[in-house]
Design a protein. Structure first.
Lengths: 357, 291
C-alpha cells in the first residue's frame, strides 16, 4: 500500500516509541498503535474502494432488517408480523430497475427482474425471510437491485444474519460455526459496520461483546433500535444520557444513534410525519449519507485521525507528565508534509509546525 | 582506476551495489558494463536480488563472516575500473579501520582513486540508533582525515525515498540542499569542520519501499515490487566524470543526467574547460610563432 496519513502516523508512533528508554511509555505507544491507529488504517484502506459495503450487525431480533427496509424507503411493505429472522446475507445495490440475484453454493446465479417494487418485496420475502430450510442451505448470497435513493452514489447496504440464541436449529457446534462464518464474511466483504442493539435489551450479552470485539475495527456507530421516543416528539435527553452512561464503557469512543425503525416504516407507509419524526431515521440517513462517497469516507477517517492525534498527545502529557513528546524528527516531518497536503488534517499540520519551531 | 565502496553496517551498501550493478546491466546505453571478477561476487549479487524480488530485505552481514566483493566496470572507451567493497559487520569493520597494523581493508582504501562513502540519514529505529548514527559520522570523518589530496570522494545518502517530501528527486544531487539535511539529521558530523570542495554528495533510493501490514496486524516497510531505483543516474554520471578526469587521454562523452539540464551543462563545461584552455594556448602559441 502507498503511504497515507494514517500509515505515517503509525510509523511516527512506532519509530518514536522504538527510541524511548522508558518501557512503560514504550508500551503505551505500542498499545495506542494497535488499538487505535491500526483500526483506523483498516477504515482508510476500505474508504477508497469504489464499492463500499455498509452493514448492520447485531443479535437476532434487534431489528436490522426492519431498519434497512426503513432506510431504503420501501413504500409497499408492512412491518414483519411474526418476526422472521434473516438467515442469508442480502446486499442492496443501486440500479435503475428492480432485480433480485440469487447465488447458490454451486456458484450458479439466478436472476429475476420485476416491473414493480411490490413484486420485488414479495420475492425478497420468499427467498430470504420465509425460505424453507432446504433453500436456506442452498443459498449463499442474495443481491437486491433497485432505484434506492440512499444508495444512488454507489454505497451498498448489507443485511447480515443475526447471531445469538434466537436463531433456529441450534446446537453449540453449529452456532459456533455460524458465528465464525459470519465473522469471516464480515471481514472479507464488509467495509463499515453499524453495530445494532435493541433499547429494551437491558443486558448486553457476553456473546455480543465477544463478537463486537472481533469486528470493532470497522465500527464507528452503535445504533440503538426500538428506542421509545416520548409523545411530544422530543428525544428524551435524560434517558439517552442514562443509556450512554451505562454502555459507553462497553463501546468506547463510538457514537450512539437512537432510532425506532418500526415507527419509520409505519410513517413511510401511512405518510404520517408525526410517526416518522418519532423514528429519528432521518438523522441516521444523514450520517449514512456522509459515507456514500469516497471523499466523504476519507473525511471521516481524517476527522478520526485528528481526534487520535490530539488524544494521544493529551494522554501522554497527563499520564506520564511529558509535555513535549520527543518525536523522531524525520518521521514527524513525513507525517507533517502529508497532513499539510490534506485540508481536513490542517489542525495536525498546525500543531506540528509549532513543535518543529 | 580503482574505486572502493565503504559504509557502516545497515547503511545499505549491499542493496545499493546490487541494485547499481543491476541498473548498469539493464541500461546498456549508459556507457558502463558490469563484470563480476569472481563467481562468488556474481552469486552474492544474484542472491541479494532474488531476496529483494521476493519483497524481503536481505539479512545483514553477520559478525565474523567478512566478505570481499570485487568486480569491474568497463566504459565504452575501454577504461577498466576495479571496484571493491568489504561487506563486513559493524564491529569487525571498526576493528579493521582502527587496527594499527596495515590490513586488507586499509590498503584497499589507500590504493583507491575514488572512495564512495555510503551512509543513511534514515537510520532504522530497530538498529541501535545512537551506535549507527555515530558510526555514520565517524566513518566520514575518518575518511576526510585520512584521504590524500589525489583521492576523490562521493558521499552517497541512501534510503532517500524517505526524504522525498523534503527534497524532491530533481534535487537529489544538490550539494547545498543535501548538506542542509545532513546538518539536520546527522548533527554528529560537523560539515563545517571539513573541506568539502573535493567531494560530491548525492542521494539515492536503491529500492523504493512500500508499507505492508503483517499477519499480526502491524505495519512494516518492505521493497516495492517491481523493484525500482531513484537517483542512480546522478551517482553514475558523477563516477563517470571522475573516471574520465583521471583518464584525460580519452575525451569525455556527454553525461546522461536525466533530471537537470543545468547540471549536465555544468559538468560538460567543467570537463571541456581544460581542453578549451589548451586549444586557446595552442592558438596563442601559433600566433606568437608566426609573429
Amino acid at each position: 500500500m502507498d503511504e497515507t496519513p494514517v500509515t505515517l502516523f503509525y510509523f511516527l508512533i512506532k519509530e518514536t516509541g522504538d527510541l524511548l528508554k522508558d518501557d512503560e511509555i514504550k508500551t503505551d505507544f505500542e498499545t495506542f498503535n494497535k488499538e487505535k491507529v491500526y483500526p483506523l488504517l483498516e477504515q482508510e484502506q476500505r474508504a477508497v474502494r469504489p464499492k463500499y459495503v455498509l452493514s448492520f450487525v447485531g443479535l437476532t431480533n434487534v431489528g436490522k432488517s426492519t431498519l434497512i427496509t426503513a432506510l431504503l424507503d420501501y413504500k409497499k411493505i408492512a412491518p414483519y408480523e411474526n418476526r422472521p429472522t434473516t438467515a442469508i446475507p442480502v446486499e442492496y445495490v443501486f440500479a435503475p430497475t428492480w432485480k433480485i440475484k440469487i447465488l447458490d453454493y454451486s456458484f450458479n446465479e439466478t436472476e429475476e427482474s420485476f416491473q414493480k417494487e411490490g413484486e420485488l418485496v414479495e420475492a425478497v420475502k420468499k427467498h430470504v425471510l420465509y425460505a424453507d430450510s432446504k433453500n436456506k442451505q442452498n443459498t449463499l448470497w442474495v443481491t437486491v437491485e433497485g432505484p434506492f435513493k440512499i444508495l444512488e452514489k454507489g454505497l451498498v447496504l448489507a443485511d447480515t444474519p443475526g447471531f445469538g440464541d434466537a436463531q433456529i436449529d441450534d446446537d453449540e457446534q453449529k452456532r459456533k460455526n455460524r458465528m465464525q462464518k459470519l465473522e469471516k464474511f464480515i471481514k472479507d466483504r464488509v467495509d463499515s459496520i453499524y453495530f445494532c442493539v435493541a433499547a429494551n435489551d437491558m443486558n448486553i450479552r457476553d456473546e455480543e461483546k465477544n463478537f463486537y470485539n472481533n469486528i470493532r475495527y470497522l465500527c464507528n456507530h452503535i445504533v440503538v433500535n426500538k428506542w421509545e421516543f416520548s409523545e411530544d416528539n422530543s428525544i428524551n435527553e435524560q434517558d439517552i444520557y442514562e443509556y450512554k452512561k451505562r454502555y459507553s464503557s462497553l463501546f468506547p469512543g463510538l457514537e450512539f444513534i437512537f432510532v425506532n425503525a418500526k415507527n419509520a416504516i409505519i410513517g413511510i407507509k401511512d405518510e404520517d410525519v408525526t410517526v416518522l419524526k418519532k423514528s429519528n431515521i432521518d438523522y441516521l440517513k444523514s450520517i449514512i449519507e456522509k459515507y456514500s462517497t469516497p471523499e466523504g469516507r476519507i473525511k471521516i477517517v481524517h476527522d478520526a485521525l485528528v481526534k487520535s492525534w490530539k488524544n494521544f498527545n493529551r494522554y501522554i502529557e497527563i499520564r506520564h507528565n511529558i509535555k513535549n513528546i520527543p518525536w523522531r524528527r524525520d518521521s514527524l516531518k513525513r507525517f507533517f508534509y502529508i497532513c499539510k497536503r490534506n485540508k481536513s488534517l490542517e489542525l495536525i499540520a498546525r500543531d506540528i509546525e509549532r513543535i518543529l519551531r | 582506476m580503482k574505486i572502493h565502496i565503504i559504509g557502516p553496517e545497515g547503511s545499505g551498501k549491499t542493496i545499493l551495489t546490487a541494485m547499481l550493478n543491476h541498473y548498469i546491466e539493464r541500461h546498456y546505453t549508459n556507457g558502463f558494463k558490469f563484470r563480476a571478477s569472481s563467481f562468488n561476487t556474481k552469486l552474492y549479487f544474484t542472491e541479494i536480488l532474488n531476496i529483494l524480488n521476493e519483497g524481503e530485505w536481505p539479512p545483514s552481514t553477520k559478525q565474523g563472516q567478512p566478505k570481499v566483493l570485487n568486480w569491474q566496470w568497463e566504459t565504452d572507451d575501454g577504461i577498466i575500473i576495479d571496484v571493491n567493497m568489504h561487506d563486513i559487520a559493524g564491529q569487525d569493520f571498526r576493528m579493521g579501520i582502527c587496527n594499527e597494523d596495515s590490513n586488507e581493508l586499509k590498503s584497499d582504501i589507500k590504493k583507491s582513486d575514488l572512495i564512495i562513502a555510503v551512509c543513511d540519514l534514515f537510520v532504522h529505529p530497530i538498529s541501535n540508533d545512537v551506535e549507527v548514527k555515530a558510526g555514520n559520522a565517524w566513518i566520514i570523518e575518518w575518511l576526510f582525515n585520512n584521504l590524500t589530496k589525489k583521492q576523490k570522494m562521493i558521499i552517497v545518502l541512501t534510503k532517500f525515498d524517505m526524504f522525498e517530501y523534503e527534497l524532491p528527486v530533481q534535487k537529489w544531487h544538490d550539494k547545498q540542499e543535501l548538506l542542509k539535511l545532513i546538518n539536520e539529521y546527522m548533527p554528529e558530523f560537523n560539515t563545517k569542520g571539513y573541506n568539502l570542495d573535493n567531494c560530491f554528495i548525492c542521494a539515492v533510493s536503491a529500492v523504493s519501499v512500500q508499507t505492508v501490514s503483517t499477519k499480526d496486524n502491524k505495519l512494516e516497510r518492505f521493497p516495492r515490487l517491481p523493484l525500482e531505483s531513484k537517483g542512480m543516474e546522478n551517482l553514475l554520471s558523477e563516477i563517470k566524470r571522475i573516471v574520465y578526469e583521471k583518464n584525460t587521454s580519452i575525451p569525455f562523452k556527454i553525461v546522461r543526467a536525466k533530471n537537470n539540464i543545468k547540471t549536465m551543462m555544468n559538468q560538460v563545461t567543467e570537463v571541456m574547460r581544460p581542453a578549451i584552455e589548451a586549444l586557446g594556448n595552442f592558438i596563442n602559441n601559433l600566433s606568437e610563432k608566426e609573429k
